[in-house]
Design a protein around this ligand. Structure first.
Ligand SMILES: [Zn+2]
Ligand SMILES: [Zn+2]
Length: 227
């Protein structure tokens, strides 16, 4: 009888990971190439992205793609998978192959290698819990970029568009996440806000609301927050 290193439930097979967590970890490892491909569209600057704020005093321009570039680069998802595979091979006394080829091929090779070793990892590897947690965190953060659990529900009023035009005027049109859309697109200035900038978007919306309140304007950002 042992305790599963991922879910802390007791496991009567005496393994490091229980059957459920082993299966879940396998599925997560298998999903890495698809998640990696799923990030690609976020690298393309969408129309209007980058036209966010600039100039004096305002926040930096919309953060574009740097994090996603890092994730898709050699040190990102593929780096994580290769490091774990190298650890597994070392601990099993197997030779550690030097990865070669493009990032996609390397990722697939690392994923295949991890899956082959999964039974041993689950039953015998003392680091199984760290590995399973790391893979869970990685897939969770990737999924949150690609298909975010909507902090914003469809059709909900998000706030007023914080884009600033050349004259320094805030757009202010009402932003909503339209049905079927992945990004919030301003109906007035067409500035596009993909999910990975929503946190920043919320900050700007809140700032504008505060400033409007200071000027004595009723901000009407989200129904019920006006005072
Ligand atoms: Zn478990
Ligand atoms: Zn706008």
């Amino acid at each position: 009888m042992t305790t599963c290193q991922l879910c802390d439930q007791s496991d009567e097979t005496g393994s490091m990971l229980c059957v459920g967590c082993t299966k879940a970890t396998e599925v997560r490892v298998q999903s890495l190439p698809a998640l990696n491909r799923g990030l690609a569209p976020f690298l393309r600057p969408a129309g209007g992205v980058g036209t966010g704020r600039s100039g004096k005093g305002g926040p930096a321009p919309l953060p574009v793609n740097e994090d996603i570039l890092d994730l898709r680069g050699p040190g990102g998802i593929v780096g994580v998978a290769e490091r774990w595979l190298a650890d597994v091979r070392r601990d099993r006394g197997h030779t550690v192959a030097t990865p070669s080829g493009g990032v996609d091929a390397r990722l697939q090779a690392a994923v295949d290698g991890l899956l082959v070793n999964m039974p041993w990892i689950a039953v015998s590897w003392p680091n199984a819990g760290y590995f399973a947690k790391d893979i869970r965190d990685l897939t969770k953060s990737l999924t949150s970029i690609i298909a975010p659990t909507p902090a914003v529900s469809r059709g909900q009023r998000v706030g007023n568009c914080p884009a600033v035009d050349l004259s320094g005027t805030i757009c202010g049109a009402v932003l909503r996440l339209a049905p079927g859309e992945k990004a919030i697109v301003c109906p007035w200035c067409t500035c596009s806000y993909p999910p990975y900038v929503w946190a920043q978007l919320k900050t700007w919306v809140d700032e504008d609301a505060t400033r409007a309140a200071e000027r004595g304007v009723r901000p009407q950002v989200v129904a019920g927050t006006t005072q």
